[in-house]
Design a protein around this ligand. Sequence first.
Ligand code: GLP
Length: 239
Amino acid sequence: MMKIVIVKAEDVGKAAFEEVKKVLCEKPDCTLGLATGSSPLPLYREMIRAYKDGLSYRNVTTYNLDEYVGLPKTHDQSYYYFMHKNLFSEIDLPEENTHIPDGTAPDMEKECARYSALLSAAKIDLQVLGIGGNGHIAFNEPGTPFTSKTHTVTLTEKTVLDNARFFDKIEDVPRTAVTMGIGEILKAKKILLIATGKNKADAVYKMIKGPVDVSCPASSLRDHPDVTVVLDEQAAAKL
Ligand code: GLP
């Protein structure tokens, strides 16, 4: 079941936080799946605001979706750095409760197996997602089987171009990443996907109205029992 919530751009954070808050209030020791990118930032700002207003994340556990391969944790574009800067350092979530795939592991195959094992032992109560301009979720690019587990991927040219804006030059954008698989994402009890801006309108349309097919990884969510999609008016423009 997919619930679609369309709000003004400035209300995306609040609308998304409503979903997270329900889970946190019901289960203060819940497990959250977290995402990077510009889409979840308004949500993270609301999560920080709620912390300042007294909400605690002390007993929460988190698992992140993905990471670039080869970027050190100190690199300002690594997802490790992103999560610490934009959320973890601002709230009382203990560092040892956070998990992010390690893109600097010497043996990435082993690292994928390690992360997969962690995920199969965990039960994610709510998974936060963005969506790529080509319909990818995490770094599961078009063509990825819906049963996939944590794996390394070669990023598509479109994803490299989309992400180039964050790097000094396009050659600096990593070409490989490690990502939670679609099969693991679909195991979350609830899913919250956030998409904003006109660059997402096509992908959002395909996710909701197109065929359920590996050409649009996000369309896999249509088979999930509890998905909330929070969109601003631009991302919803083609629905
Ligand atoms: C990256 C991430 C995805 C994210 C997507 C969209 O490729 N791996 O998890 O959803 O970009 O990012 P943004 O929200 O910045 O548009």
